[in-house]
Design a protein around this ligand. Structure first.
Ligand code: DLL
Length: 421
């Protein structure tokens, strides 16, 4: 689509989205009233800047259903994403939203050359996380044979891959590297023994070097895939055959890059925070969502000819959210649990190593250790099981004597990330 036609379509959809929110969602009614904006005031695409931002905190404050525009009985799916503490963010889809998310995903896969002849092994987590389900529906829409293997159980993954001749994988970068190591330990050469040709890799940050490593070790083309639960999950931006930046589907989202400190828009090419507005969502449209992801738009047109602009690889986040094995984790979630235990002292440190190994060093309280080793073991077990329930991953817990962890002046450094991704 020519840019001018695309922008006209965006404006029409933005106007409809603002009208819908002004009618149905008290949160936006109030925000628009505060700015003195009526839906009729949105006359050009540049007017998007007059609209309020939406933050992750806003989604938590309106939990569970404050942002929903539809009545009960009209909703078809719920996904969630972790928040900083306590309640998650709830994201609702109508029937049409589910279809539309699948359509965008199918568009991504088709762009990367996937067809109905592909056997698609979906190694992401099925469940409240959007990663696997949204991709699953998209791959089915393309006509692939989809294997909903989920993550883990590496031996079985290999068996499925061998017996059903999987050609495409959907996988996190950390699991892809782990899986490559497993193949090596079993003496399997993917080029000789398997039928793999493509891997769609995302849900967590990784570098260009990691992409090349996965490509070499698994004998596949790796395509970067970006998305977030608040915007359907995967399928927001995806690489084409040139594998240089991810086309963001601008007919479905308005893309802005802003200075995270001032909120002011930045020009194409400048690095800043990605802000997204949904244009086609029915159940839960969101205006100007602060993704916290740092990136930039690639200003040049893509040689593939698509007019949807490309995003550079995500360079980091403006908050302290960590992604471990594809799961979003805020250090505050860990802190809340640790600090609720009387045996735990004041200080803790989260260490991330290798391919997503998490260790939490926890200082005992002065009165936290009575000399009995079994009390330490049971405290350790309790911390592990409570953390596992909260952050869905099982960290190693090191209990250390009071006052032994480094105390920083000023802002505490709670996380040391030495991962090689
Ligand atoms: O991770 C959606 C997704 C699933 C995308 C599968 C791609 C593949 P959330 O759990 O809400 O949704 O996490 C969203 O993950 O704001 C980024 O910080 C990070 N992220 C996602 N994809 C990438 C990527 C899914 N390709 C958060 N590179 C986002 C870097 C990524 N970071």
């Amino acid at each position: 689509m020519e840019r001018s036609a695309l922008e006209q379509l965006q404006l029409k959809r933005l106007q409809a989205t603002v009208r819908r929110l002004a009618k149905c969602v008290p949160f936006y009614q109030q925000k628009l009233a505060e700015r003195g904006i009526k839906p009729g005031d949105i006359k050009s695409l540049a007017d998007v800047r007059r609209l309020p931002f939406t933050t992750s905190a806003d989604l938590r404050a309106t939990y569970p259903k404050g942002m929903v525009t539809l009545k009960d009985g009209q909703l078809s799916r719920l996904h969630t994403s972790s928040g900083t503490t306590g309640k998650p963010k709830a994201l609702f889809f109508s029937r049409k939203d589910v279809d539309n998310a699948a359509e965008l995903m199918a568009r991504c896969l088709t762009m990367a050359g996937v067809t109905h002849l592909d056997v698609f092994q979906n190694m992401m987590t099925y469940g409240l996380f959007t990663g696997a389900l949204v991709m699953h529906y998209g791959a089915e829409k393309v006509g692939c044979l989809v294997i909903p293997s989920g993550p883990g159980n590496t031996e079985k993954q290999l068996l499925l891959m061998q017996d059903f001749r999987s050609t495409a994988l959907h996988i996190t970068p950390s699991y892809a590297l782990y899986f490559a190591g497993y193949l090596e330990s079993k003496g399997i050469d993917p080029r000789r023994d398997l039928a793999l040709s493509k891997a769609f890799v995302g849900a967590e940050p990784y570098t260009e070097e990691t992409r090349r490593k996965i490509e070499t070790l698994l004998g596949v083309d790796v395509y970067n895939s970006y998305g977030l639960s608040e915007m359907n999950g995967p399928g927001v931006a995806f690489e084409c055959e040139h594998k240089h930046g991810m086309h963001l589907w601008e007919d479905n989202f308005i893309l802005e890059i802003i200075d995270p400190h001032t909120g002011e828009p930045l020009a194409d090419g400048a690095r800043g925070e990605l802000v997204l507005t949904t244009l086609c969502r029915e159940a839960m449209p969101i205006l100007r969502y602060r993704t916290r992801d740092i990136t930039s738009v690639i200003p040049e047109p893509c040689p593939c000819g698509r007019t949807h602009r490309r995003l550079n690889r995500i360079a980091g986040r403006t908050d302290d959210m960590l992604i471990v094995r594809g799961v979003n984790i805020y250090p505050q979630q860990i802190e809340q649990i640790l600090m609720s235990l009387p045996q735990v002292g004041r200080n803790y440190l989260i260490l991330l190593d290798g391919l997503d190994e998490m260790t939490v060093k926890v200082e005992l309280a002065e009165a936290g250790f009575d000399g009995q080793v079994e009390h330490l073991v049971s405290l350790q077990n309790e911390i592990v099981s409570r953390l596992r329930a909260e952050i869905l991953t099982k960290p190693k817990i090191d209990l250390v004597p009071p006052g032994t962890l480094p105390v920083s002046e000023g802002k505490a450094r709670r996380v040391i990330d030495n991962r090689k991704l």
